[in-house]
Structures are given as structure tokens and as C-alpha cells.
Design a protein around this ligand. Sequence first.
Ligand code: DC
Length: 218
Amino acid sequence: MGYNVAIDGPAGAGKSTIAKLVAKEKGYIYVDTGAMYRGMAIHFLDKGIRAKETDKIISALKDAEVTIRYEEGLQQVYLNGRNITDRLREEEVGKMASLTSAIPQVRQKLLELQKGLARTQDVIMDGRDIGTCVLPDADVKIYLTASVETRAKRRYDELTEKGIACDLDEIERDIKERDERDSTREIAPLKQAEDAVLVDSSHMTIDEVVAAIVKLCR
Ligand code: DC
């Protein structure tokens, strides 16, 4: 078994930024499970399936092969042999991932892949259910959160910096909607594991959050 660090938390809490930096400092492999759900979402979107069409989604799982490769230290996501990493962060993809990740068959398909990656390597894995379901025996568990306002503002700044026009209120609404959906679904909802350390990054810098997590690791 590798050394396993689990980071869960709501959308926009900075999980992937932080996890990547901790991975670099500690020499762990960073596994972004949200990217896997997003990869699946691209498969459904490309087939013209809507989130409500559960039967079609379940049937489309048969020909969806999401694989993760590490190229020059960066996670690349492949869907049926095609590198789709560039499309993962699109809003439409995030929304579809949140909606379809509530379907048990979708989660089951990705669970083994996630467990397998952690079995033999030292990983820091982020998502919604890592400490509670995927790696219940993780060596370190973090629940990383921040206020809705902070998360919305960070997302707004990120998009504005990229020259993408956006509306702060709309982003805040989307985040609240996503939080509600991810934490109230029946299977593997977002919640803090009993043995997870709570880190609220609302008033912390990136370096401070990284240092706090590194201190908890071996
Ligand atoms: O972390 P993210 O925004 O890339 O995740 C996209 C969606 O995927 C998220 O809204 C819910 C789902 N997800 C999940 O259900 N379980 C995980 N471990 C990771 C993501």
C-alpha cells in the first residue's frame, strides 16, 4: 500500500491547486478524481445525452474508457484513447459531472480505477468522497473548505484573468447549487470524514494551506 493523503471539499475550495503543490513538495502522485468524473461527462455530452437520461448514461458507460497518464509530472486524462485534458475545466463539463456523478453506476466505474492508483503508489487524491469512501484508510485526511463568497471571488478572478467575461452573482449561485447537489445526493455525498482535519482556507494564503497540510504528512 502506498502512502495515501485524501483531500475532500466543495467546489472551488482550491483542492487541486493545493494538492498539486503538496504532491510536488512531498513527491506524491496527484490524482484529481473530479477530472475523471469530468472525463465521463465529456463522453455523455459528446454523445448528445442529457443529464436526466439516466438509462442512456448507464448504457453509454459500456464504451467509456477513462484513463489517467502522467506526462512530465502532469496528469493527463484520456477518453477512449483521446487526450481530453484541455476540455475538462469547461463550465458545461463541470455541471454535467456534478449531475451524472450522482448515478451509482458512474461512481462504480471510477472507484476501482481510483483505488488501484492508491494501492501501489504514494498519492494525494482530491474529490468529494475520498476520505469517506475511496480511501477510508488514508494516512492523512483533509477537509478543505472556504466560504461561498471566497470561493466565488476566486473563480471570478481566475476567469477574469483569462479574459473570460463572467458575473460574480451567477458564479456564486452556481457554486451554491453545486454544493447542495454534491452534498445531498444519496450515494457518496460530499461530507467531512470523522477523522479528517478541517482546513478553512477563507483567510489563508496558498502557502499557508500547503504548509499546514505538509505538516500533517509523514
Ligand atoms: O472537483 P471537480 O469540480 O472537478 O468535480 C466535478 C464534479 O465531479 C463534482 O461537482 C462532483 C463530482 N465528483 C464526485 O462526485 N466525486 C469525486 N470524488 C470528485 C468529483
